[in-house]
Structure formats: C-alpha cells, structure tokens
Ligand binder design. Structure first.
Ligand code: AFP
Length: 312
C-alpha cells in the first residue's frame, strides 16, 4: 500500500457502505473476536481438549477457545442483540436473547483445525441471518452478511453485506485495514482444488476433474476450506470442489456453517457456488448438521461442473 494513502478500517468501510447499524456492529464485534483468536493462535497450544464436537470430531483446545471467544462476545455485548446462535462446535441452537432480535449468527470458529499442528493456515466462518437460523427459507433470502477470517502469515478478513466482497488485513496496531475493495473473480481461472478421496469420487465428478486436468488447471489444495477458497477468490478464479462420495453422498462440508456463507461471499465477487444442480444459496437449511456436495469459484468452471454433473 502507498505510504500516503489513507487507510480505511473495517468500521469506516461498513459506515461508508451504508450497512445497517446493528449489522455493522455485529460484523465489527466478530472482527474484534477474530483478533483475539489470531492472538491465541500465536500462543500455539495445539493440544486436544479431550472433548468432541457435535459431529463426533476431536476438539483442540483452540477450537473450544475460539468458540468461547465468539459466543461470549455476541452474548454479552449490548450494543446489538442476537436472537439465535449456532456453532459447529455445539449440537444445539442457543437463544441468546428473547427480545425478538433481527439477526441470528452461525459460526465455524476454527475451520481446518487438523492443520493447526502442521502450521498451515486455518480460518473462521461467520453467517449473519435475518430471523431464525432454521427458518424454512433458502439462504438467499435470509443471509444478510457473511465473512471469513484467514489466520496465515497475515490475518485477513473477507466480508460481504451484499455490498460486494471486500478484504481487510489486520495491521500491527490491531486494525483491520482495507486491502482490496470489490474482489472480483474473472469468468475463469487456472487453478483447481479437489476435495475427497479420488477412489470415492462418483463417475460424473471424476470426469469433470479429468476435464480440468486435461485443460491444464494447476492443483492447489491444502485441506482447509478457508485458505483454499480464499486462494480461488484472491487469485480471481478457478474452482474448489468437495463432491458427493461413495461413502458420503452429501459430501463433507456443512451447508449452514461453511457453504452458504462462502456462497454469499463468492457470489458477491461475481462467482458461483452450486451443489452440482442448484445454487447453494437456493437450498433450504433444515438441520445444523446438513451437508451438501460443493462446487465454488468462477462462473465458467462452476457452470461446466454443473454440466458434467447433470449429464445423462
Ligand atoms: P478439519 O476442521 O477437520 O480440519 O476439516 C476441514 C474441512 O472441514 C474443510 O476445511 C476442508 O475443506 C475439508 O474438511 C478437507 O477435507 P479432507 O480432509 O477430506 O480433504
């Protein structure tokens, strides 16, 4: 960044974009929580907590801490109200306020926690919903904003409040400073990020990946959805896939916690996200544990995926 350029922090950006006041406050407070999470990551306690999350996965102490930091901030901060709160680390929806609040929040506090011990980038996903979390409506109608934070060599935050998709970097003074306004995916890119064991892919998905490889797409896969998706978005194109598997027909990734927030962000950047047939944002979340096959990235690759997956 040019030294003489005025730095725009997240709060100022939200105000300048006319984001509704309560929504603005929620985003700003989640960003503050992410700062603390990035600090505790530096203390590098990579031990298991000895507990399991609602999906039966072993939790790290960091998973539990990140979850507490987010939940406590949203529960006790009084400048806005949160109706419901759901976390990938807990098995039920918590009602944080009974005052008929406008927004509810879903969090995946530390996505990719199996990468913590090898010091690869990990992240946090947030979805901010109008009304209840399981409202019987598609994500497209209920998601007011979404964000993710990447804890890598830099801590970066990408958000959309349906006002484009924007990236901020946590600077040494503890401020999230605008680094890229209106991130935009090109119509197509040159990288692919294929999740799931190849031996468990179904034939139509395998044929699509063969196509990408024959076209010369380069493989980029870390095993962390936040950094893998962020790479596609930051490089301006390409495709991330986590398909249906022979052992798991709905794939691995969770609709509410990971896929719909990411879909809002990628659509805000001009890209697409689908389950192979329908847009991810057109799906109706019916349960916290709901999963779906997932294809996200630039338009041409995602449309091509859809063509392969719906071929007779
Ligand atoms: P962990 O949180 O257990 O590391 O899982 C991460 C994740 O949910 C998502 O971030 C990755 O894209 C995906 O799993 C990777 O799954 P594979 O290990 O099957 O590649």
């Amino acid at each position: 960044m040019n030294k003489n350029m005025v730095k725009i922090n997240l709060r100022a950006h939200l105000s300048n974009h006319g984001v509704e006041e309560k929504l603005r406050r929620i985003i700003a407070h989640v960003a503050d929580s992410a700062k603390y999470i990035s600090l505790i990551m530096r203390e590098a306690n990579r031990k298991l907590a000895g507990t399991q999350n609602s999906f039966g996965e072993d939790q790290l102490e960091l998973d539990v801490l990140a979850d507490d930091i987010l939940k406590q901030r949203l529960e006790y901060e009084t400048s806005f109200g949160i109706g419901e709160f759901a976390s990938e680390e807990q098995d039920t929806i918590k009602l944080l306020s009974t005052n008929g609040e406008r927004y509810s929040v879903t969090v995946d506090p530390l996505d990719g926690s199996s990468l913590v011990d090898v010091n690869l980038a990990v992240g946090t996903f947030i979805g901010i919903h109008e009304g209840k979390i399981l409202s019987g409506k598609p994500g497209r109608e209920t998601l007011a904003a979404a964000m993710y934070v990447v804890y890598g060599p830099l801590t970066t935050l990408v958000y959309t409040a349906r006002n484009g998709t924007h990236e901020f970097v946590l600077d040494p003074t503890g401020n999230f400073v605008l680094s890229q306004e209106n991130l935009t995916l090109k119509d197509s890119g040159s990288i692919y990020s294929p999740g799931g064991l190849r031996s468990e892919w179904l034939p139509k998905h395998a044929a699509f990946i063969d196509y990408l490889e024959a076209e010369g797409y380069k493989l980029r896969y870390s095993g962390g959805l936040v950094p893998d998706a962020n790479q596609i978005i930051s490089k301006g194109g390409g495709i991330f896939t986590y398909p249906a598997l022979t052992s798991a027909r709905a794939g691995k990734l969770r609709l509410l916690f990971e896929e719909q927030p990411l879909a809002l962000i990628v659509e805000g950047a001009g890209g697409l996200a689908t389950n192979g047939v329908n847009d991810i944002l057109d799906l109706v979340p019916e349960a916290l544990e709901q999963r779906s096959p997932f294809y996200m990235g630039s338009r041409i690759e995602v449309q091509m995926a859809r063509r392969y997956l719906t071929k007779d």
